[in-house]
Design a protein around this ligand. Structure first.
Ligand code: B1M
Length: 209
């Protein structure tokens, strides 16, 4: 497989070699989305399995995560979707109790490159902190990421907080993250769900139109 070496290097957590291998793949003509999905994300899926079976532990998983981010940084321009003008302001963050940020950072990067103004609220963002950011910035989108089944309910609490502060009508709420799905978005009354970063950009554009 074309990305076997890249997958090995991400697992080994060597950021410098990951960045070099991504560059090598780009130079050889591999498309950036394939490098992302079949290389970097495929590697993190294996890391996740090894984490679950206790073949890898948190410090090693973190090294892999950092190595993946080095690889992503090399492809930033190639992953840019188009050059539309900014016409949406998005507050994005990972929900309270959740420290996973690679997917959120990827969505954030692609939203920026698609012309959205992005305000990154970071990780472990409490419902009132999300809402304060929306209020303070006048954002018209709120994008939430959750990677843990235990933190998904924070999305519901954040929407409730938006309602309480009278802001729900002027903000489109979009959600994503591995354990989340369309059914959950419907249950929460979110405006949309996206399974990956590319879908998140399409969704935001369709809601903005
Ligand atoms: Co964590 N972790 N982790 N972890 N970790 C998972 C999520 C897990 C599935 C691993 C496993 O057991 N197989 C599991 C969750 C099980 C569950 O709840 N169902 C898990 C666990 C259990 C934990 C801890 C509890 C482990 C422990 O301490 N015992 C702990 C919790 C810490 C906390 O958050 N409170 C923990 C810690 C960590 C690290 C800190 C070590 C590290 C995070 C580092 C970081 O993010 N800076 C980490 C990692 C790296 C993972 C895995 C291996 C990889 C996640 C990742 O970055 N994937 C993960 C296993 C896996 O996902 N295969 C796992 C790549 C990334 C690009 O994909 O984030 O899914 P993803 O984003 C996608 C889509 O989901 C979507 O777009 C992206 C792709 O295009 N998307 C959105 C994401 N957010 C979106 C928002 C949107 C739209 C789309 O808005 C509109």
């Amino acid at each position: 497989m074309a990305f076997d070496k890249l997958i090995e290097l991400v697992q080994a957590g060597d950021g410098e070699l990951v960045a070099a291998e991504v560059q090598k793949q780009l130079d050889a003509g591999s498309p950036a989305p394939a490098i992302l999905n079949d290389g970097l994300i495929a590697a993190m899926d294996i890391v996740g399995e090894k984490m679950e079976s206790e073949e890898m532990f948190i410090p090693e998983v973190l090294r892999s995560a950092k190595a993946m981010e080095r690889g992503l940084a090399v492809m930033k321009d190639e992953l840019a979707l188009d050059d539309v003008q900014a016409s949406g302001k998005v507050v994005i963050g990972t929900v309270k109790g959740d420290l996973h940020d690679i997917g959120k950072n990827l969505v954030s990067m692609l939203l920026s490159s698609a012309g959205f103004e992005v305000i990154d609220a970071g990780i472990n963002v409490a419902p009132d902190a999300f809402v304060a950011k929306v209020e303070e910035t006048g954002a018209n989108f709120l994008a939430m990421s959750a990677l843990l089944t235990t933190t998904m309910p924070m999305m519901k609490q954040t929407i409730a907080e938006l309602e309480k502060r009278g802001l729900r009508d002027r903000v489109k709420v979009i959600i994503g993250g591995a354990p989340v799905n369309q059914g959950y978005a419907d249950e929460l009354g979110a405006d949309g769900y996206a399974s990956d970063a590319g879908a998140a950009i399409k969704l935001a554009k369709s809601l903005r139109a």
